[in-house]
Design a protein around this ligand. Structure first.
Ligand code: AMP
Ligand code: GLY
Length: 429
């Protein structure tokens, strides 16, 4: 098969690596890809949001399957654009991608499907949102204010008081998030432990992944602002089998069925962000694509042929399959550039990549790098590199990841030192 991967981050680098291992893969292209993929994929200079250019390329290059990494092209309708021309895509339709593209829509799906989730109210006018917030008793706080549309992980504000919530609502309606903030939801604040659960689906059959743990805040100890994700590990040994089965049964399965019921075609990966609360697991959000960086801590453990599974999704023949996972542990540490997540710096020379290249149980996925004529890699965005350690224990996987991180350096480099630390403590028990 000739495969096109759309996207340019660490997630796409991990996807390309996994797909390249498939005996079915003849040639892999990545648009636009990144220079870390060199050797695994041929880079095609088309941005991930240029749907027509991507479709033309897929047709001319005889692509058998296009795998879409980021949400933006899915929400814009890349699947329909390809289907119109008879091209196969791993990714949901525009109608189904609204599960990520609109929080109001996602909440409606959850309500109709009976998915356990935080209570929420939707507003498209500031006055109504503020009146609702004023009507809440003081112990009704904190609340969570979420803008409706895509906001790169920045559209969720936890407000501890009416004043903070008011500020968040003002910011959204004043255009701080563009059109994404024209509607918003105010939601009950949930407490518990968070996990990311992915499932492949062809719209009918569902094939779940093992869960992964993401770290969203920028600083150690879950301090500071939310980011796209600063690290991840798998498996989540704190989650028991009953909780996992409940997530599949009460969150993932009814959501897939509800989307099918409303005619929203889904042939791709559904990502549920789940809070395991004292009353059981509740859905926080859905994404219409693989998570970044959870994917980087999951795919190195996958023993089943990913390309075969993705092709089965696209051909609506996923039934009767299983995924086999290596018993190894995987820990992914994100190296971010100065200023991230508010801004990011570019053009800083990255040192140490050669030293870590041969280390046992270490993979480095590129997320925002540029290869210059001097043969060196330079930073080109917020999340720069993903360093993944694998091993027989979290201790070993973590030690390998952080040993590699210690050897890599660029000016202003920031990373969390506590990725999978809690899992290490659980392993000691
Ligand atoms: P979302 O994009 O909806 O997943 O929100 C981003 C992050 O905000 C989540 O990963 C949670 O850490 C936090 N969050 C979202 N919704 C809630 C909620 N209802 N209660 C508590 N935390 C939340
Ligand atoms: N790691 C969170 C996300 O991919 O949305």
């Amino acid at each position: 098969m000739r495969v096109l991967v759309v996207g340019s981050g660490g997630r796409e680098h991990a996807l390309v690596e996994a797909l390249a291992q498939s005996p079915l893969a003849e040639e892999i292209f990545a648009a636009p890809g990144n220079p870390g993929m060199g050797g695994l994929a041929e880079l095609v200079d088309i941005p991930a949001d240029d749907l027509i250019a991507l479709r033309n390329f897929a047709r001319v290059a005889g692509i058998d399957l296009t795998v879409v990494g980021p949400e933006m092209p899915l929400v814009s309708g890349i699947a329909e654009a390809f289907w119109e021309e008879g091209l196969k895509v791993f990714g949901p339709s525009r109608a189904a991608a609204r599960i990520e593209g609109s929080k109001v829509f996602a909440k409606e799906v959850m309500r109709h499907a009976g998915v356990p989730a935080a209570h929420s109210e939707a507003f498209d006018r500031q006055a109504a949102a503020l009146a609702y917030l004023r009507s809440l008793p003081p112990d009704g706080y904190p609340v969570v204010v979420k803008v409706d549309g895509l906001a790169a992980g920045k559209g969720v504000m936890v407000a501890g008081s009416y004043e903070e919530a008011e500020e968040a609502v003002h910011a959204a309606f004043a255009g701080a998030f563009g059109a994404a903030g024209e509607r918003l939801i105010v939601e009950e604040y949930l407490t518990g432990r968070e996990a990311s659960v992915f499932a492949l689906t062809d719209g009918r059959n569902i094939l779940p992944f093992v869960p992964a743990q993401d770290y969203k805040r920028i600083y150690d100890g879950d301090e500071g602002p939310n980011t796209g994700g600063m690290g991840a590990y798998s498996p989540t040994m704190w989650m028991d089998a009953v909780t996992y089965a409940t997530i599949l049964e009460e969150i993932i399965t009814p959501t897939v069925h509800q989307l099918a019921l409303i005619g929203a075609r889904y042939t791709g990966l559904l990502y549920a962000g789940v809070m395991v609360t004292p009353e059981g697991p509740k859905a926080l959000e859905f994404n219409c694509r693989f998570g970044d960086p959870e994917t980087q801590a999951l795919l190195p453990r996958m023993e089943t042929d990913l390309l075969e599974l993705m092709a089965a999704c696209a051909e609506e023949s996923l039934g009767g399959r299983e995924i086999s996972w290596s018993p190894e542990r995987a820990v992914c540490v994100v190296l971010a550039s100065e200023g991230y997540p508010e801004s990011s710096s570019e053009g800083d020379k990255i040192l140490g990549l050669d030293e870590v290249a041969g280390m046992a149980g270490v993979r480095v996925y590129h997320a925002a790098t540029r290869l210059e004529e001097d043969g060196s890699f330079y930073t080109s965005g917020g999340r720069v590199l993903n360093v993944v350690g694998t091993g027989d224990s979290i201790m070993e996987a973590r030690a390998r990841a952080y040993a590699a991180v210690e050897l890599i350096d660029f000016p202003g480099m920031q990373y969390r030192t506590d990725i999978a630390l809690e899992a290490l403590e659980m392993e000691d028990l």
